[in-house]
Design a binder for this molecule. Structure first.
Ligand code: HEM
Length: 375
């Protein structure tokens, strides 16, 4: 059987059964110190202006994290250092990656634990040099292994980002050429359809089918347009504008009945009206589809410091938890007809305006908030 990463790392640091025993023997001696060590660990982070930024949850978060670190030390010295252990450690590493904690803090942080636990060993085994040495060696190995696992999760993330961007760049080139090639045949179909429609006037069923062909051509054209917009990055033609006007034209285009009073008094923003219209057309179209004919779509507006925020909310089922982290990536879709470019395009356009888009549900339905800088 192929060697697992854990086995490989254990072999590299030379972690043996004897090291496991030395750690287990150390556990009852060190346990009374876990809480204190955890305090030292987080005090060190809180003293550093850069590292402290990661702890934005304030005191209650630190209180919770201190408990998790005590549990972490407990497992560190008790083992078993098997595959489930390794997977739990990798999950912790991924949490650090998820909050974008810079990996260079890991060395210093691990060293705090190393120093504190070594000091415990030195005091406990003062008159037992053999045990002292065995415990220090074992601790060194297991902490190296922990650090390796932690850095491995950063590498994992980097590789997956790289693979994603390579996929997108190949995808972009392919899409560009396919998109252009498809435009011609679709154009020919449209003009032939136009001619046919003029000729088929009597046969009701035939006319219905021609209408359906027309609708489907419209869908195909809009997919191609989205794809080309996505890879093309049209330059912004920006000026001062009222979002109310942009929203009004998006609502008109989709023929929706949505109240615009909540955005009537919003201050101006700097932006490209046609690209921002595309943002709201995509968001409102998604919302209308999700809500269905019996549901509702709502627009809200607010000024938040230097930003103007517009929320699009619907009464549909909302976005599943599992999809949320990748909601704005291309090719992620929950719709049967879509290919997952709408929200990716929205995000790209909003960010090019110096704004943000986020998913902030309140209860059941979906709710997207676009924030743009005030002009
Ligand atoms: C050797 C280093 C470290 C160890 C052993 C460690 C351990 C842990 C553990 C056990 C958790 C709990 C994960 C869970 O909820 O399941 C955690 C989460 C967290 N750690 Fe660390 N940590 C280390 C370094 C750091 C550093 C240097 C910082 C900040 C500068 C930090 C900030 C955080 C934060 C903010 C979370 C919460 C993440 C979330 O749930 O959103 N950690 N860490």
């Amino acid at each position: 059987m192929a060697e697992t990463l854990l086995e490989e790392l254990q072999r590299y640091v030379g972690f043996t059964a004897a090291d496991g025993e030395a750690l287990r023997a150390l556990h009852p001696v060190a346990e009374p110190q876990f809480q204190r060590i955890s305090d030292v660990f987080y005090d060190r982070i809180l003293k550093h202006e850069g590292a402290r930024k990661a702890l934005e949850g304030g005191e209650s978060q630190v209180g919770h994290l201190k408990h998790t670190l005590v549990a972490w030390m407990d497992e560190l010295l008790r083992g078993p250092w098997d595959q489930p252990y390794f997977e739990r450690r990798a999950r912790i590493g991924r949490k650090h990656v998820a909050i974008a904690l810079p990996q260079h803090y890991m060395f210093g942080a691990m060293n705090v634990l190393r120093q504190e636990l070594n000091a415990v060993i030195d005091r406990a085994y003062l008159d037992r040099p053999e045990q002292l040495r065995a415990a220090r060696v074992a601790l060194g190995k297991i902490l190296d292994l922990e650090l390796a696992v932690m850095l491995h999760t950063y590498r994992e993330d980097l590789l997956s980002q790289q693979a994603r961007s390579e996929r997108l760049s190949t995808f972009g080139q392919l899409i560009g050429s396919i998109g252009h090639e498809l435009r011609n045949p679709l154009g020919v179909m449209e003009s032939s359809l136009y001619i046919l429609k003029g000729r088929v006037t009597e046969d009701e069923r035939a006319r219905k089918h021609l209408d359906r062909i027309g609708e489907q051509l419209g869908i195909a054209n809009s997919i191609i347009k989205d794809l080309l917009d996505m890879i093309r990055d049209r330059p912004l033609v920006a000026g001062r504008l009222h979002l109310r006007e942009v929203l009004e034209s998006a609502v008109d285009q989709l023929q929706l009945a949505v109240a615009l009073e909540p955005v009537a008094q919003l201050p101006e923003v700097e932006g490209d009206p046609s690209q921002l219209r595309q943002v709201f057309v995509n968001l409102l179209d998604n919302a209308a589809h999700a809500a269905g004919p019996a549901g509702w779509v709502r627009i809200e507006g607010a000024v938040e410091g230097g930003s103007v925020a517009v929320a699009i909310e619907d009464s549909g089922p909302g976005v599943e938890e599992t999809v949320r982290p990748r909601l704005f990536e291309p090719l992620i879709t929950t719709k049967q007809k879509g290919i997952g470019l709408g929200l990716a395009l929205v995000k790209r356009i909003v960010e090019r305006h110096g704004g943000t888009i986020s998913y902030e549900p309140r209860g059941r339905g979906a709710r997207f908030v676009v924030r743009l800088p005030k002009a």
